[in-house]
Design a protein around this ligand. Structure first.
Ligand code: ATP
Ligand code: MG
Length: 387
């Protein structure tokens, strides 16, 4: 098989923007396959054809394409002619000595003006394959499906389909900034936004040098892993320990967590505006921990005027963990570290912090100064994939 046929699905819905979406998808595929010998990328009547070089390693290509958003499915494919005899011979040659308990041919016409119907193609080509192989035909649950896509000047054929990552191509939905802790949730939240076509900037708050560098190393590793999906990332590491110490000195224990979070949002908002991100993203889930009651979430959100997106808000922990496993962040997230939030965190944080009380407590703090000093002290790291 010399080519890969890539099918997009949701893109078909995008009306006027469709050509632009396809362009972005092709651009992302090119970037994802950088360093691998590819002869050509072609947009062919509603699908993308990637023509591989002679030595291209399919396994690596498969792994890379499977992380590109905006793809419904993809598969190694070849081109054949319209002529049924010649087409069946080409398919038989690629099938080689492959065996199966049952098969069917499934044809579509990429060009509806073609002078034959799909059922005719299926019958004609299927019949020829059956004659040579002697395979049993099963139209409803075949063990092997020979797919045919009839084009104006020939046909694609392929056997089976690899599932794609779904979603929308990276870069088609604008930029957002995700508050990324080393925990299980926020990396999944970032992934979900990426999958919807957003470019995600990561912001991590750490308490080095009061605590170790462990949380930064974890987040770096998570950012590196997530970069395999969006290909370029930026990670801001913001020192937060001194701010927490200031809060501890001025604020009663039960309000501290909410005030830490409000400070994080204010700082994140500055960075988001600086980098033209339109919204903040968190891994918050209703009721998961004390700081994530509806009351606390709204009191926390009141600290920023930016939209806050919480893609996990209605999920259960086991669902989030399963997704973290699937995308590869779980094993990094469960490494224990001293998160900045374990530092100076009271045993019994308020579960219903009222905005008025929080604002009163914050009046004792030089909030603007704190935000500015954190922004000034942050460091930035950029990531790329492939490296
Ligand atoms: P996670 O698994 O993402 O850490 P969590 O269940 O531990 O979430 P919290 O600790 O209450 O929940 O954090 C809620 C959200 O606040 C996180 O999902 C994340 O978006 C943000 N957040 C918390 N701590 C940090 C941090 N140190 N740096 C950046 N963002 C953070
Ligand atoms: Mg956390």
């Amino acid at each position: 098989m010399n080519s890969i046929v890539v099918h997009y699905k949701e893109l078909a819905l995008k009306g006027k923007n469709r050509p632009w979406f396809i362009q972005m998808l092709v651009r992302n595929l090119k970037a994802a396959l950088a360093g691998i010998h590819i002869r050509a990328f072609r947009s062919v009547m509603g699908r993308i054809e990637i023509e591989m070089g002679p030595e291209t390693a399919w396994e690596e290509v498969r792994a890379r394409i499977s992380r590109v958003f905006g793809i419904a499915n993809f598969c190694p494919a070849n081109r054949g002619p319209h002529d049924f005899d010649a087409l069946a011979s080409a398919i038989l040659e690629d099938l080689g000595d492959r065996e199966t308990s049952s098969f069917r041919v499934s044809a579509t016409r990429a060009d509806k003006r073609l002078p034959f119907t799909s059922p005719t193609v299926e019958r004609e080509v299927g019949g020829r394959i059956k004659e040579v192989k002697g395979w049993h035909v099963d139209l409803s649950r075949p063990a092997l499906t020979v797919h045919l896509e009839m084009l104006p000047d020939g046909a694609f054929y392929f056997f089976g389909k690899e599932p794609g990552a779904g979603g929308l191509p990276t870069g088609t939905s604008g930029r957002v900034a995700c508050l990324l802790s080393g925990g299980i949730d926020s990396p999944v939240a970032a992934y979900r936004m990426m999958r919807r076509g957003c470019t995600v900037v990561f912001i991590h708050f750490h308490s080095y040098p009061i605590l170790s560098r462990a949380s930064q190393e974890k987040v770096r590793e998570i950012a590196g892993l997530l970069t395999k999906y969006q290909l370029r990332s930026r990670l801001a590491l913001v020192p937060f320990g001194e701010l927490q110490q200031q809060v501890v000195l001025a604020v009663a224990p039960e309000l501290r967590v909410v005030i830490y979070r409000r400070l994080m949002l204010r700082i994140a908002e500055r960075l988001a505006r600086k980098w033209h991100a339109r919204a903040l993203v968190t891994g918050e889930v209703i009721g998961q921990v004390a700081s994530q009651t509806l009351e606390n979430m709204t009191t926390i959100a009141d600290a920023t005027r930016l939209e806050i997106l919480r893609p996990l808000v209605g999920m259960d922990k086991d669902e989030i963990s399963a997704e973290a496993e699937r995308i590869g962040t779980y094993s990094i997230s469960i490494i224990s570290d001293q998160d900045c939030c374990t530092l100076f965190t009271p045993k019994h944080p308020a579960t219903r912090a009222r905005l008025a009380d929080v604002e009163k407590a914050e009046a004792a703090l030089p909030i603007e100064e704190m935000v500015l000093s954190a922004v000034a002290a942050m460091t930035v790291e950029d990531f790329r994939f492939p490296i």
